[in-house]
Design a protein around this ligand. Structure first.
Ligand SMILES: NC(=O)c1ccc[n+]([C@@H]2O[C@H](COP(=O)([O-])OP(=O)(O)OC[C@H]3O[C@@H](n4cnc5c(N)ncnc54)[C@H](O)[C@@H]3O)[C@@H](O)[C@H]2O)c1
Length: 311
Protein backbone atom coordinates (compact mmCIF):
# COMPACT_ATOMS: atom_id res chain seq x y z
CA UNK A 1 0.00 0.00 0.00
CA UNK A 2 1.07 3.58 -0.67
CA UNK A 3 0.13 6.57 1.48
CA UNK A 4 0.41 9.97 -0.19
CA UNK A 5 -0.47 13.56 0.75
CA UNK A 6 -3.52 15.14 -0.84
CA UNK A 7 -3.10 18.89 -1.42
CA UNK A 8 -6.41 20.70 -1.63
CA UNK A 9 -7.23 23.83 -3.61
CA UNK A 10 -6.82 26.07 -0.57
CA UNK A 11 -3.63 24.37 0.59
CA UNK A 12 -2.01 24.95 -2.81
CA UNK A 13 -2.96 28.62 -2.90
CA UNK A 14 -1.74 29.12 0.67
CA UNK A 15 1.67 27.63 -0.20
CA UNK A 16 2.52 29.36 -3.50
CA UNK A 17 2.18 33.07 -4.19
CA UNK A 18 2.03 34.74 -7.63
CA UNK A 19 5.68 35.84 -7.60
CA UNK A 20 6.93 32.32 -6.92
CA UNK A 21 4.55 30.95 -9.57
CA UNK A 22 5.98 33.43 -12.12
CA UNK A 23 9.58 32.46 -11.38
CA UNK A 24 8.81 28.72 -11.40
CA UNK A 25 6.90 28.91 -14.68
CA UNK A 26 9.64 30.97 -16.32
CA UNK A 27 12.19 28.36 -15.20
CA UNK A 28 10.00 25.55 -16.59
CA UNK A 29 10.07 27.09 -20.08
CA UNK A 30 13.86 27.39 -19.91
CA UNK A 31 14.30 23.77 -18.78
CA UNK A 32 11.90 22.55 -21.46
CA UNK A 33 13.68 24.57 -24.17
CA UNK A 34 16.99 23.00 -23.04
CA UNK A 35 15.43 19.53 -23.29
CA UNK A 36 15.75 18.85 -19.53
CA UNK A 37 11.97 18.67 -19.03
CA UNK A 38 9.82 16.65 -21.43
CA UNK A 39 6.19 16.95 -22.38
CA UNK A 40 4.10 15.29 -25.08
CA UNK A 41 1.26 17.46 -26.44
CA UNK A 42 -1.90 17.26 -24.34
CA UNK A 43 -4.64 14.84 -25.36
CA UNK A 44 -8.19 16.20 -25.65
CA UNK A 45 -11.27 14.10 -24.99
CA UNK A 46 -14.22 16.10 -26.27
CA UNK A 47 -17.70 15.94 -24.75
CA UNK A 48 -20.88 17.79 -25.65
CA UNK A 49 -20.47 20.62 -23.10
CA UNK A 50 -16.68 20.79 -22.88
CA UNK A 51 -13.59 18.67 -22.88
CA UNK A 52 -11.15 16.73 -20.74
CA UNK A 53 -7.39 17.05 -21.14
CA UNK A 54 -4.73 14.53 -20.16
CA UNK A 55 -1.44 16.36 -19.66
CA UNK A 56 1.76 14.46 -18.80
CA UNK A 57 5.19 15.97 -18.16
CA UNK A 58 8.45 14.84 -16.65
CA UNK A 59 11.52 16.62 -15.35
CA UNK A 60 13.69 17.25 -12.32
CA UNK A 61 12.91 13.83 -10.85
CA UNK A 62 9.12 14.17 -10.98
CA UNK A 63 6.58 12.90 -13.50
CA UNK A 64 3.02 14.23 -13.49
CA UNK A 65 -0.29 13.54 -15.15
CA UNK A 66 -2.91 16.27 -14.98
CA UNK A 67 -6.49 15.18 -15.69
CA UNK A 68 -8.45 18.38 -16.08
CA UNK A 69 -11.59 19.84 -17.66
CA UNK A 70 -12.63 22.88 -19.65
CA UNK A 71 -16.42 23.09 -19.49
CA UNK A 72 -16.98 26.75 -20.47
CA UNK A 73 -20.71 26.92 -19.62
CA UNK A 74 -20.27 25.40 -16.16
CA UNK A 75 -20.93 28.70 -14.39
CA UNK A 76 -24.62 28.21 -15.27
CA UNK A 77 -24.49 25.12 -13.06
CA UNK A 78 -22.50 26.80 -10.30
CA UNK A 79 -19.45 24.72 -11.21
CA UNK A 80 -15.89 25.76 -12.14
CA UNK A 81 -14.81 25.59 -15.80
CA UNK A 82 -11.56 23.90 -14.81
CA UNK A 83 -11.51 20.96 -12.37
CA UNK A 84 -9.43 17.86 -11.88
CA UNK A 85 -6.46 16.26 -10.20
CA UNK A 86 -2.71 16.02 -10.73
CA UNK A 87 -1.01 12.73 -9.88
CA UNK A 88 2.65 13.36 -9.04
CA UNK A 89 5.06 10.43 -9.23
CA UNK A 90 8.76 9.88 -8.77
CA UNK A 91 10.48 9.79 -12.16
CA UNK A 92 13.20 7.65 -10.54
CA UNK A 93 11.14 4.67 -9.46
CA UNK A 94 7.52 5.45 -10.39
CA UNK A 95 6.22 5.80 -6.81
CA UNK A 96 3.12 7.94 -6.47
CA UNK A 97 4.15 10.95 -4.33
CA UNK A 98 1.08 13.19 -4.11
CA UNK A 99 -2.39 14.00 -5.41
CA UNK A 100 -2.90 17.72 -5.98
CA UNK A 101 -5.96 19.79 -6.82
CA UNK A 102 -5.61 20.70 -10.50
CA UNK A 103 -7.78 23.78 -10.27
CA UNK A 104 -5.46 25.71 -7.97
CA UNK A 105 -2.31 24.67 -9.85
CA UNK A 106 -3.93 25.65 -13.16
CA UNK A 107 -4.94 29.02 -11.78
CA UNK A 108 -1.42 29.80 -10.55
CA UNK A 109 0.44 28.63 -13.62
CA UNK A 110 -2.03 30.23 -16.05
CA UNK A 111 -1.81 33.55 -14.24
CA UNK A 112 1.96 33.22 -14.13
CA UNK A 113 2.35 32.78 -17.88
CA UNK A 114 0.46 36.01 -18.49
CA UNK A 115 3.13 37.80 -16.44
CA UNK A 116 6.08 35.97 -18.02
CA UNK A 117 4.77 36.72 -21.53
CA UNK A 118 4.29 40.39 -20.66
CA UNK A 119 7.77 40.63 -19.14
CA UNK A 120 9.38 39.07 -22.22
CA UNK A 121 7.29 40.29 -25.12
CA UNK A 122 5.74 43.63 -24.21
CA UNK A 123 7.61 46.89 -24.89
CA UNK A 124 10.25 47.72 -22.29
CA UNK A 125 8.25 50.71 -21.12
CA UNK A 126 4.90 48.86 -21.16
CA UNK A 127 3.00 49.41 -17.94
CA UNK A 128 -0.78 49.43 -18.34
CA UNK A 129 -2.82 46.23 -18.47
CA UNK A 130 -6.24 45.47 -19.97
CA UNK A 131 -7.87 42.28 -18.74
CA UNK A 132 -10.63 41.02 -21.03
CA UNK A 133 -12.56 38.29 -19.24
CA UNK A 134 -12.46 38.60 -15.44
CA UNK A 135 -13.47 35.07 -14.45
CA UNK A 136 -11.25 32.66 -12.56
CA UNK A 137 -8.23 32.65 -14.87
CA UNK A 138 -8.55 36.26 -15.92
CA UNK A 139 -8.40 37.12 -12.22
CA UNK A 140 -5.24 35.06 -11.71
CA UNK A 141 -3.65 36.60 -14.79
CA UNK A 142 -4.41 40.02 -13.33
CA UNK A 143 -3.04 39.06 -9.88
CA UNK A 144 0.19 37.82 -11.43
CA UNK A 145 0.55 40.87 -13.70
CA UNK A 146 -0.03 43.09 -10.65
CA UNK A 147 2.55 41.08 -8.67
CA UNK A 148 4.99 41.67 -11.54
CA UNK A 149 4.29 45.39 -11.06
CA UNK A 150 2.34 46.08 -14.21
CA UNK A 151 -0.01 48.96 -13.49
CA UNK A 152 -2.56 50.54 -13.92
CA UNK A 153 -5.13 47.98 -15.03
CA UNK A 154 -8.54 48.11 -16.72
CA UNK A 155 -10.85 45.14 -16.19
CA UNK A 156 -13.55 44.39 -18.75
CA UNK A 157 -16.17 41.69 -18.52
CA UNK A 158 -19.79 41.62 -19.77
CA UNK A 159 -20.58 40.68 -16.17
CA UNK A 160 -19.96 44.03 -14.44
CA UNK A 161 -19.76 42.36 -11.01
CA UNK A 162 -16.83 40.20 -12.18
CA UNK A 163 -14.97 43.24 -13.55
CA UNK A 164 -15.77 45.34 -10.49
CA UNK A 165 -14.68 42.65 -8.02
CA UNK A 166 -11.32 42.16 -9.72
CA UNK A 167 -10.71 45.88 -10.14
CA UNK A 168 -11.59 46.45 -6.47
CA UNK A 169 -9.24 43.68 -5.30
CA UNK A 170 -6.25 45.07 -7.20
CA UNK A 171 -6.95 48.79 -6.99
CA UNK A 172 -7.52 48.84 -10.75
CA UNK A 173 -10.52 50.23 -12.68
CA UNK A 174 -13.43 48.48 -14.33
CA UNK A 175 -13.97 49.75 -17.86
CA UNK A 176 -15.28 49.04 -21.33
CA UNK A 177 -13.81 46.72 -23.93
CA UNK A 178 -12.33 49.57 -25.97
CA UNK A 179 -10.69 51.06 -22.88
CA UNK A 180 -9.10 47.72 -21.99
CA UNK A 181 -7.86 47.42 -25.57
CA UNK A 182 -6.05 50.75 -25.25
CA UNK A 183 -3.65 49.28 -22.67
CA UNK A 184 0.00 48.43 -23.37
CA UNK A 185 -0.60 44.80 -22.43
CA UNK A 186 -3.95 43.25 -23.34
CA UNK A 187 -4.65 39.87 -21.76
CA UNK A 188 -7.70 37.97 -23.02
CA UNK A 189 -9.15 35.19 -20.89
CA UNK A 190 -12.66 34.78 -22.26
CA UNK A 191 -14.35 31.44 -23.05
CA UNK A 192 -13.14 31.90 -26.65
CA UNK A 193 -16.62 31.53 -28.11
CA UNK A 194 -16.30 34.71 -30.23
CA UNK A 195 -13.41 37.05 -31.08
CA UNK A 196 -12.99 40.09 -28.82
CA UNK A 197 -9.96 41.50 -30.66
CA UNK A 198 -10.53 42.72 -34.21
CA UNK A 199 -8.12 43.97 -36.85
CA UNK A 200 -9.17 47.53 -35.95
CA UNK A 201 -7.67 47.05 -32.47
CA UNK A 202 -4.15 46.41 -33.74
CA UNK A 203 -1.95 49.32 -32.72
CA UNK A 204 1.80 49.84 -32.84
CA UNK A 205 3.52 48.81 -29.62
CA UNK A 206 0.70 46.80 -28.05
CA UNK A 207 1.16 43.27 -26.68
CA UNK A 208 -1.65 40.72 -26.66
CA UNK A 209 -1.65 37.57 -24.55
CA UNK A 210 -4.41 35.20 -25.64
CA UNK A 211 -5.17 32.69 -22.90
CA UNK A 212 -8.81 31.79 -23.41
CA UNK A 213 -8.57 29.97 -26.74
CA UNK A 214 -6.98 26.82 -25.40
CA UNK A 215 -8.84 24.17 -27.34
CA UNK A 216 -10.10 23.29 -30.81
CA UNK A 217 -12.64 25.73 -32.30
CA UNK A 218 -11.97 28.56 -29.82
CA UNK A 219 -10.74 32.01 -30.82
CA UNK A 220 -10.44 35.40 -29.12
CA UNK A 221 -9.05 37.36 -32.10
CA UNK A 222 -10.13 37.72 -35.72
CA UNK A 223 -7.79 36.10 -38.24
CA UNK A 224 -6.82 39.52 -39.63
CA UNK A 225 -5.83 40.62 -36.13
CA UNK A 226 -3.72 37.51 -35.57
CA UNK A 227 -1.91 37.79 -38.88
CA UNK A 228 -1.14 41.49 -38.31
CA UNK A 229 1.01 40.63 -35.25
CA UNK A 230 4.46 39.23 -34.56
CA UNK A 231 3.50 35.79 -33.28
CA UNK A 232 4.71 33.82 -30.27
CA UNK A 233 3.34 30.69 -28.62
CA UNK A 234 3.94 28.45 -25.65
CA UNK A 235 4.22 25.31 -27.79
CA UNK A 236 3.78 25.12 -31.55
CA UNK A 237 2.36 21.59 -31.51
CA UNK A 238 -0.46 22.64 -29.18
CA UNK A 239 -0.95 26.19 -30.48
CA UNK A 240 -1.24 25.15 -34.12
CA UNK A 241 -3.89 22.53 -33.34
CA UNK A 242 -5.91 23.89 -30.44
CA UNK A 243 -4.94 27.49 -29.73
CA UNK A 244 -5.47 31.03 -30.93
CA UNK A 245 -3.17 30.38 -33.88
CA UNK A 246 -4.99 27.28 -35.10
CA UNK A 247 -7.57 29.19 -37.17
CA UNK A 248 -4.86 31.10 -39.03
CA UNK A 249 -2.84 27.91 -39.49
CA UNK A 250 -5.87 26.03 -40.87
CA UNK A 251 -6.56 28.93 -43.26
CA UNK A 252 -2.96 28.71 -44.53
CA UNK A 253 -2.20 32.25 -43.32
CA UNK A 254 0.34 31.36 -40.63
CA UNK A 255 3.02 28.69 -40.72
CA UNK A 256 5.71 27.45 -38.35
CA UNK A 257 8.26 29.93 -39.70
CA UNK A 258 6.16 32.88 -38.54
CA UNK A 259 5.79 31.76 -34.92
CA UNK A 260 8.44 31.85 -32.19
CA UNK A 261 8.32 29.67 -29.07
CA UNK A 262 8.49 31.58 -25.79
CA UNK A 263 11.15 29.11 -24.57
CA UNK A 264 13.40 30.11 -27.48
CA UNK A 265 13.05 33.76 -26.48
CA UNK A 266 13.74 32.98 -22.81
CA UNK A 267 16.90 31.03 -23.67
CA UNK A 268 18.14 33.66 -26.13
CA UNK A 269 17.85 31.36 -29.13
CA UNK A 270 15.35 33.69 -30.77
CA UNK A 271 14.58 37.35 -30.47
CA UNK A 272 11.43 38.70 -28.87
CA UNK A 273 9.56 41.70 -30.29
CA UNK A 274 11.41 43.33 -33.18
CA UNK A 275 11.13 46.82 -31.69
CA UNK A 276 8.98 49.17 -29.64
CA UNK A 277 6.47 49.76 -32.41
CA UNK A 278 5.87 46.08 -33.18
CA UNK A 279 2.57 44.47 -32.24
CA UNK A 280 3.08 41.12 -30.52
CA UNK A 281 0.65 38.31 -29.82
CA UNK A 282 1.35 35.37 -27.50
CA UNK A 283 -0.82 32.28 -27.76
CA UNK A 284 -1.04 30.39 -24.45
CA UNK A 285 -2.58 26.96 -24.70
CA UNK A 286 -1.40 25.88 -21.25
CA UNK A 287 1.47 23.43 -20.86
CA UNK A 288 1.97 20.50 -18.54
CA UNK A 289 5.48 21.83 -17.78
CA UNK A 290 3.80 24.86 -16.17
CA UNK A 291 1.92 22.46 -13.89
CA UNK A 292 5.09 20.48 -13.23
CA UNK A 293 6.78 23.71 -12.15
CA UNK A 294 4.14 24.36 -9.50
CA UNK A 295 4.20 20.70 -8.39
CA UNK A 296 7.96 20.98 -7.81
CA UNK A 297 7.41 24.05 -5.67
CA UNK A 298 4.74 22.23 -3.65
CA UNK A 299 6.71 19.02 -3.12
CA UNK A 300 9.74 20.99 -1.96
CA UNK A 301 7.57 22.13 0.98
CA UNK A 302 7.07 19.97 4.05
CA UNK A 303 3.81 18.15 3.32
CA UNK A 304 3.67 16.38 6.71
CA UNK A 305 0.39 17.23 8.39
CA UNK A 306 -1.65 17.40 5.20
CA UNK A 307 -4.48 14.89 4.67
CA UNK A 308 -3.35 11.64 3.10
CA UNK A 309 -4.89 8.84 1.10
CA UNK A 310 -3.79 5.22 1.17
CA UNK A 311 -4.10 3.38 -2.11
N1 LIG B 1 -4.32 29.03 -21.59
C1 LIG B 1 -4.45 28.35 -20.47
O1 LIG B 1 -3.50 27.82 -19.93
C2 LIG B 1 -5.82 28.25 -19.83
C3 LIG B 1 -5.92 27.76 -18.53
C4 LIG B 1 -7.17 27.71 -17.94
C5 LIG B 1 -8.30 28.11 -18.63
N2 LIG B 1 -8.16 28.55 -19.92
C6 LIG B 1 -9.33 28.96 -20.69
O2 LIG B 1 -9.65 30.28 -20.30
C7 LIG B 1 -11.03 30.49 -20.55
C8 LIG B 1 -11.66 31.12 -19.32
O3 LIG B 1 -11.63 30.19 -18.26
P1 LIG B 1 -12.11 30.61 -16.79
O4 LIG B 1 -11.91 29.42 -15.94
O5 LIG B 1 -11.50 31.89 -16.38
O6 LIG B 1 -13.66 30.82 -17.07
P2 LIG B 1 -14.71 31.71 -16.25
O7 LIG B 1 -16.06 31.23 -16.65
O8 LIG B 1 -14.35 31.72 -14.80
O9 LIG B 1 -14.47 33.17 -16.80
C9 LIG B 1 -14.74 33.58 -18.12
C10 LIG B 1 -15.10 35.05 -18.05
O10 LIG B 1 -15.17 35.57 -19.38
C11 LIG B 1 -16.26 36.46 -19.42
N3 LIG B 1 -16.65 36.65 -20.80
C12 LIG B 1 -17.50 35.92 -21.57
N4 LIG B 1 -17.58 36.46 -22.80
C13 LIG B 1 -16.76 37.55 -22.80
C14 LIG B 1 -16.45 38.54 -23.76
N5 LIG B 1 -16.95 38.51 -25.00
N6 LIG B 1 -15.59 39.53 -23.41
C15 LIG B 1 -15.04 39.57 -22.19
N7 LIG B 1 -15.31 38.66 -21.22
C16 LIG B 1 -16.16 37.67 -21.53
C17 LIG B 1 -17.32 35.81 -18.56
O11 LIG B 1 -18.30 36.75 -18.15
C18 LIG B 1 -16.47 35.29 -17.40
O12 LIG B 1 -16.35 36.25 -16.37
C19 LIG B 1 -11.63 29.12 -20.94
O13 LIG B 1 -11.75 29.04 -22.33
C20 LIG B 1 -10.59 28.16 -20.44
O14 LIG B 1 -10.60 26.94 -21.17
C21 LIG B 1 -6.95 28.64 -20.52
Amino acid sequence: MTTVPVLSHDAVLAMIDPLEAIERVRDAFVRHAHGEWRMPAKVYLEEERGDFRAMPASGGGLAILKWVTSFPANAERGLPVVMGVIAVSSAEDGRLLALIDARAVTALRTGAIAAVAAQELAREDAASVGIIGCGLHGSWAARCLAAAEFWPGICFDPDPDAAGRLAGELGWEAGGLDEALESDIVTCVTPGAAPVVGARHIRAGIHFSMLGADGPGKAEAELDAVTACELFCDDWEQASHGGELSGAVAAGRVDRERVTDLGAVLTGRAGGRSGPSATTLFDSTGLAIQDLAICHALLERDTAGFPTVTL
